[in-house]
Design a protein around this ligand. Structure first.
Ligand SMILES: Nc1ncnc2c1ncn2[C@@H]1O[C@H](COP(=O)(O)OP(=O)(O)OP(=O)(O)O)[C@@H](O)[C@H]1O
Ligand SMILES: [Mg+2]
Length: 157
């Protein structure tokens, strides 16, 4: 089962890794992002979204308060943040089912809050800070092979 990890040493490296992933990503795909506050979920999402060509880096901000940002281009890209969501009612208000109605790339921060059944290929990404420095361990799990052609990227760099 395709699972690999990467360590980055700066936000820039995480963005670059996101762009690398984006090059292998095509809709439909559900990208679930896990990690503590400040782990780098939004930073990685920026790399993926800009890498997909859906928006410029500087135009991508955290959807913490808006909950969903939609980017249109060659296919739809949605950036969702569930941090402020509590309970089924809130979750329903986001209208995730509508987002899943047509092929898109959907990135979800605080994905542990998601209760969803879908046929879409799911990519799980876990970000961990190792402590006080800028290193982040990023683990990618792509059970459905949604990262097309990404055979076996360099392990444990
Ligand atoms: N290697 C790294 N990868 C990603 N971000 C890093 C790294 N090193 C330092 N940072 C910094 O850590 C912060 C990560 O913030 P970011 O908003 O991406 O986290 P988040 O997981 O989305 O947090 P939140 O739970 O609040 O949404 C940024 O300030 C970024 O510059
Ligand atoms: Mg965030």
């Amino acid at each position: 089962m395709p699972e690999f990890e990467r360590e980055t040493r700066s936000a820039e490296e995480t963005i670059a890794f996101g762009a690398e992933l984006a090059a292998h990503l095509r809709p439909p795909a559900l990208v679930l992002l896990y990690g503590e506050l400040g782990a780098g979920k939004t930073t990685l999402a920026k790399g993926i979204i800009s890498g997909l060509g859906a928006a410029r880096l500087e135009d991508i901000t955290s959807p913490t308060f808006t909950l969903v940002h939609a980017f249109g281009n060659h296919g739809l890209v949605y950036h969702v943040d569930l941090y402020r969501i509590s309970g089924r009612h809130d979750l329903d208000s986001i209208g995730l089912d509508d987002l899943l109605a047509e092929p898109a790339v959907i990135l979800v921060e605080w994905a542990e809050k998601l209760a969803l059944r879908t046929d879409w290929p799911v990519i799980e990404i876990r970000l961990e800070s190792s402590g006080a420095d800028d290193r982040r361990r990023i683990r990618v799990r792509d059970e459905a092979g949604a990262l097309h052609g990404l055979a076996q990227p360099a392990r444990g760099t």
